[in-house]
Design a protein around this ligand. Structure first.
Ligand code: F6R
Length: 605
């Protein structure tokens, strides 16, 4: 949600800001802008729409400077427009902001009484004027005073024309990372913006203010007391954040799943001993837990729903799965006997963070499953299982989802084993099957052309139903979410057995129904659901297990997947629903990687 980038050094800041914003565009893309200091003046360049529009302005004007800040916006206050685009300025001070200021109307009224004029509808412009109103001759002091007057969430990068040798950063409930290099320093909302320049990072903590010069980084708390912040080395291959010949990031990320799964389980098991090894969980004393509470949003919540099946089956611990935005306003029964599992690709989702903090306050232990090293959720957890999916740039989550599910499968075995419910023999068997998964996924990826053909047949329908049962029910939810978010086609996921309790009324010749009918203990029931759809002229697209010649009697759109246990069939079915959504959106000529109204990390409530 909104991307921030900042640079100070001896290179041309403009080039670095634009490159950083290109890498951050997935966080927001309704307008963009930069501010640089040239000849004792702050020059601001902004434009509405995709970053390309800003790039065209920059390549025409060619501004050169050694200091600057940049922003790509996902609108919260005020529609996407030139006036609302960041950076916002106030008499020689410019800033970019990610987050939401809750008391901005009160502050705005006070500032208006003092004579400040507002050009935009944003809460951010209010902060610019507030900092100016607090400015005497020290921009650090002015920011320090101002952050105590604002309520809400913010990551800020501020420059002042009077002090062109420094950038001031501040964070509260919004991520901000500093990149360190020789004779130059950087800041950004997210590491991918900076991976071409450095692998040394400082993750700012809650209520940190930092002063960046070209040769130094100094961190303080909001009271102005110096704080020690560790420099972390994070090696991400910059190529992982490129499209590498694929048409879209989403397509590349779908294809990366075999590798991502291998990386996620690497070093976490011993096949010979039949053991899952998770030393990162040593702080979590499993014996104390009577129940698990998994909390997440969107696709990560779907992963959590699958995790419930795994944990209840293999570890025999009751699991509740909650949507974070609901959880945070509910009277939760949670105590020290609860293990709270937060699942988040970004580690920065505001609702998930808020839910985690509630659980922590009530004494629960916190385990996170996360893809981003050093993110807020990982820092606030007692233990983290990192999914090494690599940077996920496509807004629609794919490889992050399957690696979260792998993590949950590993956790279920781990807890089952520690409780004594799973023998080493059984674990060996489960691990052996898991290790075959990357190859089986490669096999499913070879069905891409077939799925693309199916997509061509269905791209013009206006509604879809996705049906699945048991562990594949969350995959039906995920398939529907993937389709609606990138193709803008209405879709609903349903447990197949629930169809007769309502959704069956929707079925007619205009309603394609995607049915997950791979081998399972409820296969016969799902087959009956397919017949019910056919009897009402619905069109079925189905996944089945190789060797199944029954379902194709009811549909020509039958996708045969390799044989695998019901528990792990979720992975193969997930690849199919991802590819189907991808191809429908691509066939429609839509912006697959940056669908309208969405942003990659939802850092506001
Ligand atoms: C959908 C999608 C979102 C995210 C959700 C949670 O494709 O990506 O539904 O899953 O916003 O994000 P994280 O996992 O970063 O907490």
């Amino acid at each position: 949600m909104c991307g921030i980038v900042a640079y100070i050094g001896s290179k041309n800041a403009t080039d670095i800001l634009i490159e950083g914003l290109t890498r951050l565009e997935y966080r927001g893309y309704d307008s963009a802008g930069i501010a640089v200091i040239i000849n004792n003046k702050i020059e601001v360049f902004r434009s509405v729409g995709k970053l390309l529009n800003l790039k065209n302005i920059i390549s025409e004007k060619k501004p050169v400077s050694n200091i600057g800040i940049g922003h790509t916006r996902w609108a919260t206050h005020g529609k996407p427009s030139y006036e609302n685009a960041h950076p916002h300025s106030s008499f020689g001070i410019s800033l970019v902001h990610n987050g939401i200021i809750e008391n901005y109307l009160d502050i705005k009224r006070n500032l208006a009484d003092k004579g400040y004029k507002f050009e935009s509808e944003t809460d951010t412009e209010v902060i610019a004027h507030l900092i100016h109103s607090n400015y005497k001759d020290d921009i650090f002091e002015a920011v320090k005073v101002s952050v105590k007057q604002i309520k809400g969430s913010f990551a800020l990068a501020v420059i002042s024309v009077n002090e062109p040798d420094k950038i001031i950063l501040a964070r509260h409930d919004s991520p901000l990372v500093i990149g360190i290099s020789d004779g130059e320093n950087f800041a950004a909302s997210d590491i991918p913006a900076l991976i071409s320049y450095t692998n040394k990072f400082i993750f700012l903590e809650e209520n940190d203010i930092a002063v960046l010069t070209k040769d130094s980084v100094t961190c303080f708390d909001f009271e102005g007391k110096k704080t020690d912040r560790e420099i972390k080395i994070v090696d991400i291959n910059p190529v992982m954040a490129e499209k590498a010949g694929y048409r879209h990031f989403m397509q590349k990320e779908i294809y990366e799943q075999p590798r991502a799964i291998i990386d996620t389980i690497r070093g976490k098991y011993s096949l010979e001993e039949g053991m899952v090894l998770l030393p990162e969980l040593q702080n979590i004393s499993i014996e104390n837990f009577k129940r698990f509470n998994i909390v997440a949003c969107g696709t990560s919540w779907h992963a959590g729903l699958i995790g419930k099946f795994y944990i209840e089956k293999y570890a025999k611990i009751p699991v509740e799965v909650d949507i974070a935005s609901e959880y945070r306003y509910r009277d939760n029964i949670i105590d020290k006997n609860t293990l709270f599992i937060a699942i988040s690709q970004s580690g920065e989702t505001a609702d998930t963070i808020a839910a985690l903090r509630i659980a922590k306050k009530k004494g629960a232990s916190i385990l996170s499953i996360c893809n981003v090293i050093g993110s807020t959720i990982t820092r606030e957890s007692d233990a983290t299982f990192y999914t090494h999916a690599g940077p996920e740039i496509g807004v629609a989550s794919t490889k992050a989802f399957t690696t979260q599910v792998v993590a949950l499968f590993m956790l279920a075995i781990y807890f089952g084993q520690r409780k004594g419910d799973l023998s080493c023999e059984k674990v060996k068997e489960m691990l052996s099957e898991l290790l075959k998964l990357p190859e089986l996924i490669e096999h499913v990826l070879k069905l891409d052309e077939k799925i693309e053909n199916i997509a061509r047949n269905f791209k013009d329908f206006s509604s879809f139903l996705y049906l699945g049962r048991n562990v594949n029910y969350p995959v039906a939810l995920e398939g529907a979410l993937k389709l609606k978010e990138i193709s803008y086609i209405h879709a609903e996921g349903y447990p197949a057995g629930e169809m007769k309790h309502g959704p069956i009324a929707l079925i007619d010749k205009n309603m394609p129904v995607f049915v997950i009918a791979t081998d399972s203990k409820v296969y016969d029931k799902v087959l009956a659901n397919i017949q019910e759809v056919k009897a009402r002229d619905g069109i079925v697209i189905a996944t089945v297990t190789e060797g199944n010649n029954e379902v194709e009697k009811f549909t020509e759109f039958c996708i045969k997947l390799p044989e695998i246990s019901e528990e792990l069939s979720v992975f193969l079915n997930s690849i199919v629903v991802q590819l189907l959504a991808y191809h429908i959106a691509a066939e429609l000529g839509l912006d697959v990687d940056q669908p309208r109204n969405l942003a990659k990390s939802v850092t506001v409530e």
